[in-house]
Design a binder for this molecule. Structure first.
Ligand code: BTN
Length: 330
């Protein structure tokens, strides 16, 4: 596919990352990945511009000073073996949007589990036509293609499934307990550190494929001014840097587990888990903004499809909110 990271750069990254304590000669690298020493030199230069700290040169050998936290497919694939996401990992250094690519892959017949990753996105997309801002190699921009045997009306549950997977993965990195604001906002101490955008290709009664796009702010040391009040990163919260690779491995392993649980046992265990970890599940005072109106009310659980139920303050009963913005109300 045009733009994907050269498989041999991937091999070089893997080789360097797996030999962090030794000096490895340019000739050995060249032999192992099947390119010339000059080519190894050029790629090492490229990796340096990406922040990978490699000491040395072709004659003395290379020594990696800092393990590159690049989401290299080979490394990931090994760590994801046994999950649906191990086999087809498409990595890009820079692309417009991983969701857009994954939707094209779905159209082209790519199998269930295909995963698209970008170190940076130039046109990351958020919910409701908003944009999603990223910083090179600071966050996770990941989209997975799934082909679930469910009706399109149940697709909101895929967002819930992914939200749980990402929330649990991030919880291990934080001391504060992360929350999920229905449907897709990952929050810590009231600020958003991640979001999910699920898109699908479907007929009224048949879902052909869906793309679950997950964005996590990981190592940004500060957020862009325009979202500084409402957004945060794991690093801002914890005061330390986090391995994106480890986080992504955990996230995708969780996603595999929750997704399979949903397909085998249905929505009930998913909703039970959501009720455990989301303060928005029941009894939360909220202001809902839909395309039609804004109203306040109190959350009253989720429907089996993943849609939020809200009991309105204006006496018009309990309503199923299919999509819209949810904010905490006083
Ligand atoms: C939101 O909270 O509005 C959803 C944000 C989703 C962002 C992710 S980053 C990976 C994937 N590619 C995109 O263009 N968007 C999603």
């Amino acid at each position: 596919m045009p733009g994907t990271t050269d498989r041999r750069i991937d091999a070089l990254l893997t080789l360097l990352a797996e030999n962090t304590t030794i000096v490895i000669s340019g000739a050995k690298i060249a032999k192992e990945i099947g390119v010339s020493r000059q080519q190894v030199f050029r790629w090492v230069e490229k990796l340096r511009t990406l922040g990978v700290r490699v000491k040395g040169h072709p004659r003395t050998g290379y020594h990696i000073e800092r393990v590159p936290d690049i989401l290299a497919p080979q490394l990931l694939s090994r760590r994801l073996s046994g999950t649906a996401f191990a086999k087809r990992i498409h990595h890009f250094f820079k692309e417009d949007s991983t969701n857009t690519i994954a939707m094209h892959l779905g159209e082209a017949g790519e199998p269930h589990g295909a995963t698209v990753l970008a170190e940076d996105q130039t046109a990351g997309r958020g919910r409701a036509g908003r944009s999603w801002l990223t910083e090179k190699s600071a966050g996770i921009s990941c989209s997975v293609l799934v082909r679930p045997p469910i009706p399109p009306a149940h697709a909101p549950l895929l967002t819930i499934v992914a939200g749980l997977a990402a929330r649990d993965a991030a919880a291990e990195e934080l001391t504060a307990i992360p929350d999920i604001r229905w449907p897709n906002d990952l929050l810590v101490r009231g600020r958003k550190f991640g979001g999910i955008l699920t898109e699908m290709h479907a007929e009224p009664d048949r879902l052909h494929y869906a793309v679950i796009g997950i964005g996590i702010n990981v190592n940004q040391s500060k957020m862009p001014a325009e979202i500084g009040d409402i957004a945060t990163s794991l690093r801002i919260e914890s005061g330390k840097t986090h391995s994106r690779l480890e986080l992504l491995v955990r996230l995708l392993r969780n996603l595999d587990r929750y997704y399979n649980l949903y397909l085998t046992d249905g929505y009930a265990p998913i909703l039970r888990r959501f009720a455990e970890v989301s303060s928005y599940f029941r009894g939360k005072r909220v202001r809902i903004t839909t395309a039609r109106e804004t109203f306040t009310g109190t959350t009253a659980g989720l429907e089996s499809s993943g849609v939020l139920r809200v009991t309105r303050d204006d006496g018009r009963g309990t309503e199923a909110v299919l999509s819209g913005d949810v904010a905490e109300a006083d």
